[in-house]
Design a protein. Structure first.
Length: 175
């Protein structure tokens, strides 16, 4: 039985909605840990910094060494919570594709992980991005395919025409 569900998809692909629906349909309580929450927890000086995280006008994201160090600590912390008995749904964006997955594999070694790709057509994700108003325009289009490059999944869902709850039920059936 999975102890960790890792949802990977581009910005505005529907990962957070699926995570909330998973919490509602899974038979026991699960925590969600989102990369957005990690970014919000970082000091404001990390945003727009070469060492932290920079989002260009076209939505391209650059990650610096200090961000990577804090991210590695966060990943180890998530793994520690799981090892302490708390099942976790991770909501992440693998900007480095397979290299990002490898960082999670290292942190989650020895745990039962369900790797889930969350896909969404670029045009649909871009429309969601525009409606959200809290993302740099172009981020969804830039990430729609890139985040899946060479990533190996146990399961993939597509939110282009499928509601988050339906996707969550498909994932829950695999847990």
């Amino acid at each position: 039985m999975a102890q960790v569900i890792v949802l990977n998809g581009g910005s505005s692909s529907g990962k957070s909605g699926i995570a909330r629906c998973l919490q509602a349909v899974l038979p026991r309580p699960w925590l969600t840990m989102a990369i957005d929450s990690l970014i919000e927890a970082m000091p404001p000086a990390m945003e727009g910094s070469d060492a932290g995280i920079e989002v260009a006008a076209g939505g391209e994201v650059s990650i610096g060494a200090e961000f990577r160090a804090l991210e590695a600590a966060w990943m180890e912390g998530v793994a520690a919570m799981v090892r302490a008995g708390a099942p976790v749904i991770v909501d992440d964006v693998f900007l480095g594709g397979a290299a990002s997955q490898e960082r999670w594999r290292k942190a989650l070694v020895g745990l039962d992980v369900l790797w889930v790709g969350v896909r969404c057509e670029s045009a649909v994700a871009s429309a969601r991005e525009l409606g959200r108003g809290d993302r740099a325009r172009g981020m969804a289009a830039a990430q729609a395919e890139m985040v899946h490059h060479d990533v190996i999944y146990d399961l993939e869902v597509d939110t282009t025409h499928t509601e988050a709850l339906t996707c969550a039920r498909v994932i829950a059936a695999r847990v």
